[in-house]
Write a protein that binds this ligand. Structure first.
Ligand code: GDD
Ligand code: MG
Length: 366
């Protein structure tokens, strides 16, 4: 039986406030929670048992997968205190069903959207008789990732997590957050303390001469851990740039059947509109995620942004690369610039925030 572990215990701090109440893997991406896309992909690759390594808001994962599917067994390894990525893998390993010490265990970070062929990684692992196989990808700027140089044969030479100086950036080849571990190697990770698989386990295995191999591919790959990456990942799934067994034919928008979109509105770039949302006349929504029961009034423009459920966006407002928490109210004619995060429940009056000048009368006494 092919088994897998998914690491889903992180707090998703870079996606706050969306992650204040919802763990990152349970956020909605192209109409389904992100973790459901990953689970569908694992099932397509023949995985029959998945262990979730949970910690932050752990109970919500069990709720999400209540009565899920007879074809997949799900287990939950809950860390009362986060054990780090290596500790989480070791802890989740206790719930694996198989007892073959050489069995290949698939391990995924819970925030990676990738077109990689999982069976291909498993095949590469087996054919090389590796202890660990790491999926690697190339990125333009490797500083936010684990650097993994390999020799001509694909053998991993070193592992450097989040390089700090330009001299340390010796390659653009990075850890793509998907591994195959030989079961006995997984079981040898220390069980009595927090362990980082990136900072401790991989460097130790490489230095100790273990058979650690890289499997470098060119397919679509994105870590959805930041707001912009998150909206782009969702849009890529809708437009067909990225694929998931859960998303149908490529489209410019994914609009829930219960949403009401005015015929003069333009919803494009792979945007999603959640259940019960109301999109007014002449609104433009581009490459954005609009949550359930959100109302967007006439003439508002929303680009590369996320508006969480039950919020309202006033007429004529402009949002660019903004994250709006749930139950927020943005009045009319606001102009919200990139990088803004608006807390859940916040209220911004009409013309309260603008990059260009405001025509509203001054409300203070001079
Ligand atoms: N159970 C558990 N416990 N899970 C954890 C813990 C923990 O203590 N800490 C992190 N995780 C989970 C997160 O939920 C996420 O799914 C995954 O581990 C990776 O954590 P991130 O916080 O997303 O790490 P990152 O994106 O900065 O870096 C990682 O991913 C890169 C690829 O996107 C590293 O693995 C890098 O080496 C890699 O290049
Ligand atoms: Mg990440």
């Amino acid at each position: 039986m092919q088994e897998a572990i998914i690491l889903v215990g992180g707090k998703g701090t870079r996606l706050r406030p969306l992650t204040n109440h919802t763990p990152k893997p349970l956020l909605s991406v192209a109409g389904s929670s992100f973790i459901r896309h990953q689970i569908a992909k694992l099932m397509d690759a023949g995985v029959e048992h998945v262990v979730f390594a949970t910690s932050y808001l752990a109970a919500l994962f069990e709720e999400e997968f209540k009565n899920f599917s007879p074809d997949l067994t799900l287990s939950y390894a809950v860390e009362q205190v986060p054990l780090g990525t290596g500790g989480a893998i070791r802890n989740a390993g206790r719930l694996l069903r198989g007892d073959d010490p050489d069995a290949p265990v698939l391990i995924l970070n819970g925030d990676i959207l990738s077109g990689v062929d999982l069976r291909g990684i498993l095949d590469a692992h087996r054919s090389r008789d590796a202890d660990v196989t790491l999926h690697l990808t190339r990125v333009p700027d490797p500083r936010a990732f684990g650097l993994v140089p390999t020799d001509d044969d694909g053998r991993v030479l070193s592992f450097l997590e989040k390089p700090k100086t330009p001299e340390e950036c010796v390659t653009d080849q990075v850890n793509a957050g998907c591994y195959v571990f030989r079961r006995s190697v997984l079981d040898a990770i220390p069980a009595d303390r927090e362990v980082s698989v990136e900072q401790e386990t991989f460097p130790r295995l490489v230095a100790g001469g273990s058979r650690v191999h890289g499997h470098t591919t060119e397919e679509y790959w994105r870590d959805l851990g930041t707001p912009l990456a998150f909206v782009h990942g969702s849009a890529d799934l809708v437009t067909g740039t990225a694929t998931s067994p859960l998303v149908g034919s490529p489209a410019q928008a994914l609009i829930h059947p219960s949403a009401v979109v005015d015929p003069t509105a333009l919803v494009t770039g792979g945007s999603t509109i959640g259940p019960g949302a109301e999109i007014g006349p002449h609104v433009v929504i581009d490459r954005s995620i609009i949550g359930g029961d959100v109302r967007v009034a006439e003439g508002a423009r929303i680009h590369e942004s996320v508006v969480d459920h039950d919020s309202t966006i006033g007429g004529g407002s402009l949002l660019r690369e903004v994250v709006v928490g749930c139950h927020a109210h943005i009045g009319a004619d606001n102009e919200l610039p990139a990088q803004l995060r608006l807390a859940c429940g916040i209220r911004i009056p009409a013309q309260g925030v603008r990059v260009s000048g405001t025509a509203a009368a001054c409300a203070t006494v001079h």
